[in-house]
Design a protein around this ligand. Structure first.
Ligand code: SF4
Ligand code: SF4
Length: 338
């Protein structure tokens, strides 16, 4: 791999912004694919889908006119919902500052024919630079369909981003992604780290990356991608010396909404019934008992409490038992602008 350009492609940490609210709205849990690392957990989140009326009610419920409200439509596969396009239009009418659709690339219900490029960013999940890497993870034929629809969206002037979930399966192929994305006309590249949720929590294979693998590969590829002219965003994961730890559950406004009415503040908690809120009769009700909020208040040397509970093998300790590094909030991102 070539050497990381020293400048200007330096990552900067995107601090949590008090004036911002991010709504991650799972409008259904159904999907046409069965990816190896799928985060969806139907035992916890059901197999339902919100109606258009509920979609609009909840979009209105979570909109805060005093903030910049960013909306991300998720599934399952959100384009399987026949009313997604109407939901996008409605969100714009309500006043959402940005709308993104996270899709596996199938773009059901001819989504692009029913919305305008100014309505939403289309974010495609692609886990490899060629079918040989992507398709064993996401399904036979997925690479071809996904890249064809990326081309179609770019040709129609939509802003297109790609999410790559880095794991032991595909980390060695990451360095070939920037060239493909450049050819496809993608303007934003998100590199995610695999988390132990849903299917990946029960997989017999070792999916998780070591600190060394992550640091040896991701920042450098991110810089290379930015050098080709796209914005790159990737999680911070490891805090450096002197960098403050903050839990987004305490200092930011992120709501992860599921069709069964559960509302989480932390995505790492989604496999557990410890959500902070429930939507009952179209009102947001705080949940009683032990919830994720109680965990956010714990101050531990390792940084993120949920990481320590779910993925303790991520943390190495020195001879005196002190953690060698702290794990940042999974929602803390770094950005490199082109
Ligand atoms: S990861 Fe996304 S595209 Fe893949 S099976 Fe799960 S919901 Fe579907
Ligand atoms: S990932 Fe960790 S630090 Fe971030 S919101 Fe969840 S518990 Fe808090």
């Amino acid at each position: 791999m070539s050497k990381t350009p020293a400048t200007p492609y330096q990552a900067k940490t995107i601090a949590f912004k008090p004036g911002e609210r991010n709504i991650f709205f799972h409008i259904l849990t159904a999907c046409n694919l069965a990816c190896k690392h799928c985060y969806i957990n139907r035992e916890q989140h059901g197999s339902g889908s919100v109606s258009l009326a509920t979609m609009i009610d909840w979009l209105t419920l979570f909109y805060n006119p005093a903030k910049d409200n960013n909306l991300i439509f998720l599934g399952g596969e959100p384009t399987l919902h026949k009313d997604l396009a109407r939901g996008i239009k409605k969100a714009r009418e309500i006043g959402y500052a940005s709308v993104t659709v996270d899709t596996n690339g199938y773009l059901f219900h001819d989504l692009l024919d029913h919305i305008d490029p100014s309505d939403a960013v289309i974010s495609f999940s692609l886990d490899g630079p060629e079918a040989a890497v992507n398709d064993p993870l996401r399904g036979a034929g997925v690479f071809e369909i996904c890249t064809a629809n990326i081309r179609k969206a770019v040709a129609r002037n939509f802003t297109v981003s790609v999410i790559f979930t880095a794991s032991n399966y595909n980390i060695d192929a990451l360095q070939r992604m920037p060239q493909l994305l450049k050819q496809l006309g993608v303007s934003r590249f998100f590199i995610q780290v695999i988390g132990l949720r849903g299917k990946s929590a029960t997989s017999a294979d070792k999916l998780q990356l070591s600190r060394e693998q992550w640091l040896a590969t991701v920042p450098e590829v991110a810089a290379q991608a930015a050098a080709t002219g796209m914005e790159v965003i990737f999680p911070k994961v490891f805090l450096g010396e002197g960098e403050a730890f903050q839990c987004a559950g305490n200092v930011a406004e992120n709501f992860f909404i599921f069709p069964n009415g559960r509302v989480y503040l932390c995505p790492l908690c989604e496999d557990l019934p410890i959500h902070s809120y429930e939507i009952v009769s179209n009102a947001l009700m705080a949940k009683n008992g032990i919830t994720e909020k109680k965990l956010f208040s714990l101050d531990i040397a390792e940084g993120c409490v949920m990481n320590k509970l779910l993925q303790p093998e991520n943390i190495l300790y020195d001879a005196s038992g002190r953690p060698q590094h702290r794990i940042s909030c999974c929602l803390l991102k770094q950005q490199i602008l082109p």
